[in-house]
Structure formats: structure tokens, C-alpha cells
Design a binder for this molecule. Structure first.
Ligand SMILES: *Cc1c(COP(=O)(O)O)cnc(C)c1O
Length: 432
């Protein structure tokens, strides 16, 4: 990409970045590539607001892609980090705060009896899948098209998020022999799961699923679908893995499983659990987790895992969420946004599909019901692009892809939501 004099500071930085970083970014969705403009570079962030290098301000609905549930730089997290830092940045030996964190996770999420910390969601899902295979002694894993579980080799098949945005649902560099051990099925299709179990008797180690998929836009399970996955895995001696890296501590204190009362065998966590620092976790039933090294034969490790500064940040965020009735507040803000969006769609006679649960939402640029990858992909990308640019122009940052979820934080105010709705009405008029 070539930029000419008169560039903004963000454009200058992006030009420098592109010379030394692939695509100028350290994670692909940040590149704004299909939007035909440079990304903005953030100088600082506070609450629900970002300020870029050119001092332009945005109301933020990306929220670090999920972690910033209290908004950016919340006082409780910043002071916990500041209190932890003088004691050292990490020792690679056990610390008290790791026990506090594990006890908190086990108390919040009853299906988790033991938990192991990692440094990212990707490590958590990779480890959970290895554990499912090690525990059952079976080879195959079922995943659903459009569900993203990080960039794990065997899970990078028909994955959502960045891979989808860039039109590369499968990655080069994943040998067919790996991918062949992953059975990819459409989400919300019970018969497909029944057929897979029937054609691979005694060979399926488990199902990994985003219980509320949030990486191909946001959509929901049909009533009874997750309960069905619970039953069929149990009947076939396979494990049910809920990937709650995005929905954990977000949809409810205990994620989707807490909201719907379903007990998976294993759960993967990330994003919110790190309070903005790099953390993931996987946990579940004691007897399964006891197969992890050093107790069991499934190897899993991490030099920086359970880092005390990251644990302090995450724990401060979780404690704050618990002490401030945050989920009621997030639901209020979400409901206000939803009411406004539905009014705008009526006023503008744009019957687009809007899906929300709590503080997660997605405006799909399609008039179809969205319940799987195909229907999520049925949207009008050009209309989204015009909408995105018009929103950014007005100082509202929504995800730079139609296949992402929007996030509200407790730092958003009614005034932020109302300003967003006014911008949205203008943007949709322009985008039509
Ligand atoms: C973000 C995400 C991951 C990957 O987490 P990273 O920290 O980016 O590696 C895995 N699963 C789901 C559902 C996610 O949303």
C-alpha cells in the first residue's frame, strides 16, 4: 500500500509497520484490509473511549476483542497491576495469586473443578483438545463451521474471525493429515452430528463448540441444541468442550453454561480472565484434569503461565465484576442499544438481522435469519463497508469486519449508547 504526503500519523505508522511486520499488524483482523484504508493507531484508551495517534476520539465497541468488559484501563485493574509490579514480574515458581485465581474460577464456574492457566485462548483450546484425545484415547474432534478456536493447526478448518474476513477459511501450512482428524459440521444442525457419530463409532474424542458463536458475527443456538450436544457426547463417551474464551465472564458470571444450566466436560477461557493482559485457561472435571502433566500423561506447560502480574490484573477484573452487579448493568445498556437499533431499522425500512445477548451484539447486513456460517455469510459486504466508514468518520469504532461481535462495557454510558444510535442512523442512511 502506498501513501502520499499529507498522511495522518496513523498512516505514517502503518507505512513503517508494513515494512517490518507482515501486513503491518500482529493479528490479521487489525489490518482493515478489506476496508481499503489503514487502521488507526491507538495512543491511549480510557473507559469506553479510544484516542488515536492523530488525537481523534472514538466510542469503542471492540473492547480489545472482548477482554475490556470494564472498559479500558479500569482503576481496579491498573492499581492491582501497580501493586503487583514492585514484587517482580514473574518467577516461574508458584505464587499465592495463582491459587486465588484458580479458586475464583472454580467457584464461578461449577463445571470446572480444576483449572490450568495459559497465556492465550489459543493455548487453552489446543491443550483442551489434546486432553480430550489423551483422556479418551480417540482421534477425531468435531468442530463447527464458523466457530473460531484460535489458530490451533487442527482447529483452523472452516474457522471464523480473521480467516473469514480475508476469505481464507482454511490456512496454508496445515497438513491435510491434521485437518482430516477434524470433522467440520454446520452449527445448529442436529442430524449432521448424529451422522458423524454413527459413521465414526468409538473414534470421536469430543466436540468443541463456541456455545454462542461470536466469530462469524454473533448468533445463537436453537432451543435445545446445546443440550442435545451434551446428550450425544455423553451417550458416545466423547467429551463436550465449551470454548468460552469469548463468552466466559461475559454472557453471565459462569458464561453460557451458567446461563443455560449445561455442564460441559471441559471449558476454555481467555480474554476477560486476563484483565487486558495475555491469559487463557482450561479446566473441567477433576478426573479429566488429573490426566494433565505432572499428574497424568497429557503434556502441557508454559514458562510464563500463571504470571503474577497477569493473574493480579485478571483477578481484580473478576472481583470487580462480582462486586458491582455488572451483568445487570450490561443487560440494561445492551437492551437500550437493541431498542434503538430496532427502531432505526424500522424507521429506515431496513429489515436487517440484529442479534444480541447481554453485552454481545451483531448487526448482520442480511435480511435472512442467521443461525450458522452460511447464513452469517449471506450479508452485503459493500453495505457493511460503507456503514463502517461512516461510523468511524463519526467517531464510533465498530469491528472492522461484519463477521465479528460487538461488545459493550460497564464503562459505556447511556449518553454513549444514544450518540452511537444517532451515528448509526446516519451511517445506515448513507450505506443503503
Ligand atoms: C479469541 C478466541 C480464541 C483465541 O484466543 P487468543 O487469545 O486470541 O488466542 C479462542 N476461542 C474463541 C471462542 C475466541 O473468541
Amino acid at each position: 500500500m502506498l501513501y502520499t504526503p499529507g498522511m495522518s500519523i496513523s498512516e505514517e505508522l502503518f507505512e513503517r509497520a508494513c515494512r517490518v511486520i507482515p501486513g503491518g499488524v500482529n493479528s490479521p483482523v487489525r489490518a482493515f484490509r478489506r476496508l481499503e484504508r489503514a487502521p488507526f493507531f491507538v495512543k491511549r484508551a480510557e473507559g469506553a473511549h479510544l484516542t488515536d495517534e492523530d488525537d481523534k476520539q472514538y466510542i469503542d465497541y471492540v473492547g480489545t476483542w472482548g477482554p475490556a468488559i470494564l472498559g479500558h484501563a479500569p482503576e481496579c485493574v491498573i492499581s492491582a497491576v501497580q501493586a503487583a509490579v514492585p514484587h517482580g514480574l514473574g518467577y516461574g515458581i508458584p505464587t499465592r495469586v495463582e491459587v486465588d485465581m484458580a479458586e475464583t474460577v472454580c467457584r464461578w464456574i461449577p463445571s470446572i473443578e480444576k483449572v490450568r492457566m495459559t497465556n492465550s485462548g489459543t493455548e487453552a483450546t489446543m491443550s483442551a483438545v489434546r486432553l480430550a484425545r489423551g483422556y479418551t484415547g480417540r482421534r477425531y474432534i468435531i468442530k463447527f463451521a464458523g466457530c473460531y478456536h484460535g489458530h490451533v493447526d487442527s482447529l483452523l478448518v472452516a474457522a471464523g474471525s480473521g480467516a473469514l474476513t480475508h476469505g481464507e477459511p482454511d490456512s496454508a501450512g496445515v497438513p491435510a493429515e491434521f485437518a482430516n482428524l477434524t470433522i467440520v459440521l454446520p452449527y445448529n444442525d442436529r442430524a449432521a452430528v448424529e451422522r458423524a457419530f454413527a459413521s465414526h463409532p468409538g473414534e470421536i474424542a469430543g466436540i468443541i463448540v463456541e456455545p454462542f458463536p461470536g466469530n462469524a458475527g454473533f448468533y445463537l443456538p436453537r432451543p435445545g441444541y446445546l443440550e442435545f450436544l451434551r446428550e450425544i457426547t455423553e451417550k458416545n463417551g466423547a467429551l463436550l468442550i465449551f470454548d468460552e474464551v469469548m463468552t466466559g465472564f461475559r454472557i453471565s458470571a459462569a458464561g453460557v453454561q451458567g446461563k443455560l444450566g449445561i455442564t460441559p466436560d471441559l471449558t476454555t477461557l481467555g480474554k476477560i480472565i486476563g484483565g487486558g493482559l495475555p491469559v487463557g485457561a482450561f479446566g473441567g472435571r477433576r478426573e479429566i484434569m488429573d490426566c494433565v502433566s505432572p499428574l497424568g500423561a497429557v503434556y502441557q506447560a508454559g514458562t510464563l503461565s500463571g504470571n503474577p502480574v497477569a493473574m493480579a490484573a485478571g483477578l481484580a477484573q473478576l472481583n470487580y465484576l462480582e462486586q458491582h452487579d455488572s451483568y445487570t448493568r450490561l443487560e440494561q445498556l445492551g437492551a437500550r442499544l437493541e431498542e434503538g437499533v430496532r427502531r432505526i431499522l424500522r424507521d429506515e425500512q431496513l429489515p436487517l438481522t440484529f442479534i444480541r445477548d447481554g453485552s454481545m451484539f451483531c448487526l448482520h447486513f442480511t435480511t435472512q435469519e442467521v443461525y450458522d456460517l452460511d447464513t452469517a455469510m449471506s450479508g452485503n459486504f459493500d453495505m457493511f463497508r460503507r456503514y463502517f466508514h461512516a461510523m468511524l468518520e463519526q467517531g464510533v469504532y465498530v469491528a472492522p469486519s461484519p463477521y465479528e461481535t460487538g461488545f459493550i462495557s460497564t464503562a459505556h454510558t447511556e449518553a454513549d449508547i444514544d450518540a452511537t444510535l444517532a451515528a448509526m442512523q446516519r451511517a445506515l442512511r448513507l450505506a443503503k
